[in-house]
Structure formats: structure tokens, C-alpha cells
Ligand binder design. Structure first.
Ligand code: BG6
Length: 487
């Protein structure tokens, strides 16, 4: 039976994707190379890797978040499979995919623009018009269906050339390249796109693929984070000029953490871990680094070099709303050390996804409340969903009752946070509304979507789209604006 609680009027509801996990179109329309284009497929036992040639010409592979060997250059090989190249080919299926979203009743759709589709190396003076034409066509199609476009400007990606030239976000020069890219997007799409995300999960990205940093270390990471924060505030400043009325955010990874026991040392470890994350959110959303930033950096053995005017910029141009991903919770113990999001994936919850992620809807309500307590800004749950193994039946149906149950519980937690706790949450986008490539493992087998895509882990398949049972369930959720979450 529908219950009386519902989402507020104007609530944004829909789905979320990124460019390189979803779009494909590799080498088409003038798209240049991203560092993530060198990441192979993988699975739970063997995570994805990047392929390279070292300075002596030897071919090799390493974990996609590890440092590259000194002097190594990212290189592709014909006998490897690289999932970002084809992904699930939104590049050629966008009309059909947007029609599915419209039929479900989405009021928003989040997607990433691909940096190298607009600036193929990151260094050009002028943008690639063909890339902008593609995104404008997608934006127009969404608006024609009454679906508000929500664009992630940089979803864990880096033009290859900026890796080689500047060591990715470790180099201050990358900020200027990013702002040129933002300007091109804002000038072409600024009056058609109401919601922008400057970055995706800066508190959860590592390594050469996602940050463009070859020599991963904590001091380099924190310097890169500072450059990202400055780039984000500079983008907000530019956006205020070029896209009046648009709202800006960055998406932060926000799994819930619990102390592994009531022992004060474990509770303190949990507190410290949370504050590592808040340090980054404060810088980008809260007007600057927190009062205890020197302690946070000391724990990581890092320091940040700032230029004159950086702190004033962060203070003057914070993000408008706080958006975050929430999938699971985990436990923190004294002695776990610093590592932002890493660590155990277990929690007090018995229920887990096939990938071992604890299913914990109350943890989402916690996150919403904690973030609202700290920032007093509108919140947006930008990613949430369940990676599972789906079976396509002979008649084209997929019976994903486990996903419906997961989503129902999490949407219910959001509704409670809004209706009972009075948290100002303005939207929800389910991750991977159409099946796409897993970020962490590079698999297709880990499916999230309302729509099944016929493709396997090695890229074989027709790419045909089939509606799962959750498609029809989510349509009911959208149509009732969250009043009916019954399974
Ligand atoms: C989020 C990322 O953290 O998690 C997405 O923004 C990612 O890019 C999602 O796909 C789910 O993780 P995974 O590893 O299951 O794809």
C-alpha cells in the first residue's frame, strides 16, 4: 500500500552514469585519449590493471591505482581488452536510452562529458565542435522530454597528455586546462543545464587513471586535492558568470563508517576517519579547510603548497549543494591507519551484495543527517544502487527483485530523513540506470541497471537493451514522487 510520505515537490529523481563507463565512441568524433583508456577488464579476484612499456621497452601491467614504474609510458596492446573503448555505446544509443528514461518518469539524468571529446589532448586553444555538438544534442533531447540534464564535468578521468606533461592533478597547470574545458561547456550548454558537478569523488580517487598521477603517494595526493579544490572554486566562479541560475556541486564518496566497537579508541578512529573526508568537503563546500587541517595532513605525512589568493577563492566560491554517493557501510578500528575510503567492507549488517558490500539503508539516513548538521546546505544523493548478477530470460525479462528491495529500503531511508528528520534533500539518482562497466573491477557482470545491456566482460554482445522488473517498479516510484515504494 502506498504510504503518506513522499518526496518534496520539484524533487529530482532519475539515474546516473559517467562518460567512460557508459559512452564508448572511442576514436570517434575527434575524441582523444584518456588515461583510463589504458585500464583493462578485471574481476573480483584480479582487479583491473593498466598496461605500459617501461623505459627499457619492456611491456608490463600494474594495478590501476598503483604507481607506474619510473619512466613507464601507458601503452595499449591488441591482445588486451579495454572496456572504456566501447563501454555500452551510449554514443550510438542515446536517443533510445533517453526514451527509456522518459518512460520511467525521470526528472533528471546525470552523465559525464568526456574531457578529451572537447579538448583531445587537453592543450588545444579551441574546443572540438563535434564533441560539443554531441553533448548539445543529448542535452536537447533530455530537455525535450522534461528531464533536467545534470553534468559531471570530470568523472575520475584525465587526458593522457596531461599525465605525461604535468603529472595530472599534481601539476598546477592542469587547473588552467580544466577551466578552458569548463568554459567551452558553459558557453555552449550553460543556458540548458541547471545542475553541474565539478568533480566526482575527489576523496576516493587514486592513481594514474583517475588523477593522472604516476607516482602515487599521500603528499602528491593532497597537493592534487588542493589543485582540484582550487579548480572547483574557479569553475563555480566562471559558472556564476556564464550560467546564471545554474547550481554547482561536487560528488563526494560517503559510505557510512561505524566504530568497530564501543571502545573509545575505535570511536576516536571513526571520528578521525570522517574528518579526513570532511577536510576535502569543507575545502570545496564549506568555504575552506577546517581548523584541524594541519593535523589531518600530518597524519598523512603531507603538506599543501598554496598560492596567494587560493584561500580567498575557496572562501568566496563554495559549492551550492552537497552531493554524495552511498552504497554501503564499513567498520573502523583503532590501528587501521589513514586511507580515506579504503579498509574493511564488512559492517554489523548480515546482508551483503554478491560483491560483499554491506546493505545498510540506515547508514544512508545517518550520512544525510551528518552532512546536513555540518553544512546546512541542500543535499543530493547522486549515486546509490546494487551491483548484482542478473539473468536475462529467454523472453527478454530480468527478475531483479533483490534490486527492487535494496532500492526500496534506501529510498525509504531518504524519505525518512526528509519527512521525519527535516533534512533538505533535493534529489536522488540511481547509479548505472542502464547497465555499464564497473569502475573498480572493469566487469560487465556487476550490473546496476533498470535496463539490461547484452554485453559480457570481454565486450561481446549485441548491446540490445531489455527492461528489468525494476524498470517498471521505478516508474511507479517516479510517478508517485516516492509515495509508493512498495515492493
Ligand atoms: C562510484 C563511482 O563511487 O561507485 C562510479 O563514482 C562507480 O564511477 C560506482 O561505478 C560503483 O562502483 P563499481 O566499482 O561497482 O562500479
Amino acid at each position: 500500500m502506498p504510504d503518506t510520505k513522499r518526496f518534496p515537490d520539484g524533487f529530482y529523481i532519475g539515474g546516473a552514469t559517467s562518460d567512460w563507463q557508459f559512452e564508448g565512441g572511442f576514436g570517434e568524433g575527434g575524441r582523444g585519449l584518456l588515461s583510463v583508456d589504458f585500464a583493462t577488464d578485471g574481476n573480483q579476484e584480479c582487479p583491473r590493471q593498466v598496461t605500459w612499456v617501461d623505459k627499457d621497452g619492456n611491456r608490463g601491467k600494474s594495478h590501476w591505482e598503483d604507481p607506474l614504474p619510473e619512466g613507464a609510458t601507458l601503452t595499449m596492446f591488441d591482445d588486451e581488452y579495454y572496456p572504456s573503448h566501447r563501454a555500452v555505446d551510449f554514443y550510438h544509443h542515446w536517443k533510445e536510452d533517453v526514451a527509456d528514461m522518459a518512460e520511467m518518469g525521470f526528472t533528471t539524468f546525470r552523465f559525464g562529458t568526456c574531457w578529451t571529446r572537447i579538448f583531445p589532448t587537453g592543450l588545444e586553444d579551441e574546443p572540438n565542435q563535434e564533441g560539443l555538438d554531441f553533448y548539445e544534442a543529448v542535452v536537447d533531447e533530455l530537455n525535450a522530454h522534461g528531464i533536467a540534464p545534470l553534468i559531471t564535468i570530470c568523472h575520475d578521468e584525465m587526458p593522457l597528455e596531461l599525465v605525461e606533461r604535468y603529472n595530472g592533478w599534481a601539476g598546477r597547470e592542469t587547473i588552467g586546462c580544466y577551466l578552458k574545458y569548463c568554459r567551452a561547456l558553459f558557453e555552449r550548454l550553460g543556458d540548458k543545464v541547471p545542475l553541474w558537478l565539478t568533480f566526482n569523488e575527489p576523496n576516493a580517487i587514486r592513481g594514474v587513471c583517475m588523477m593522472g598521477i604516476k607516482d602515487q603517494s599521500w603528499p602528491t595526493y593532497w597537493q592534487a586535492i588542493h589543485h582540484i579544490a582550487v579548480a572547483s572554486s574557479s569553475a563555480v566562479k566562471l559558472g556564476r558568470e556564464l550560467c546564471p541560475g545554474a547550481r554547482f556541486s561536487t560528488m563526494f564518496a560517503m559510505s557510512e563508517f561505524y566504530a568497530a566497537s564501543p571502545r573509545p579508541a575505535d570511536v576516536w578512529a571513526r571520528y578521525e576517519r570522517r574528518h579526513e573526508q570532511y577536510a576535502i568537503i569543507d575545502a570545496m563546500c564549506g568555504g575552506g579547510y577546517p581548523h584541524n587541517m594541519d593535523k589531518v595532513l600530518r597524519d598523512f605525512g603531507a603538506e599543501i603548497h598554496m598560492e596567494p589568493g587560493d584561500e580567498e577563492l575557496l572562501a568566496a566560491y563554495p559549492l551550492d549543494f552537497v552531493s554524495f554517493s552511498y552504497y554501503r557501510s564499513s567498520l573502523i578500528s583503532d590501528g587501521d591507519g589513514v586511507h580515506l575510503l579504503g579498509g574493511a567492507t564488512n559492517s554489523y549488517c548480515n546482508e551483503k551484495t554478491p560483491w560483499g558490500w554491506a546493505v545498510d539503508p540506515l547508514g544512508l539516513r545517518f550520512c544525510l543527517n551528518e552532512l546536513y548538521d555540518r553544512y546546512h546546505k541542500p543535499l543530493f544523493v547522486i549515486e546509490n544502487g546494487m551491483g548484482a548478477i542478473d539473468k536475462l530470460e529467454a523472453d527478454g525479462s530480468v527478475h531483479d527483485d533483490y534490486r527492487i528491495e535494496y532500492l526500496s529500503k534506501h529510498l525509504s531511508a531518504i524519505r525518512d530523513a526528509i519527512c521525519i528528520d527535516h533534512v533538505d534533500c533535493i534529489g536522488y539518482t540511481m547509479w548505472g540506470n542502464i547497465d555499464l562497466v564497473s569502475r573498480s573491477t572493469g566487469e560487465m557482470a556487476k550490473r546496476y541497471g533498470f535496463v539490461y545491456v547484452d554485453m559480457d566482460d570481454k565486450g561481446n554482445g549485441t548491446l540490445r537493451r531489455s527492461r528489468k522488473d525494476s524498470f517498471y517498479w521505478f516508474k511507479k516510484v517516479c510517478e508517485s514522487n516516492g509515495a509508493d515504494l512498495s515492493v
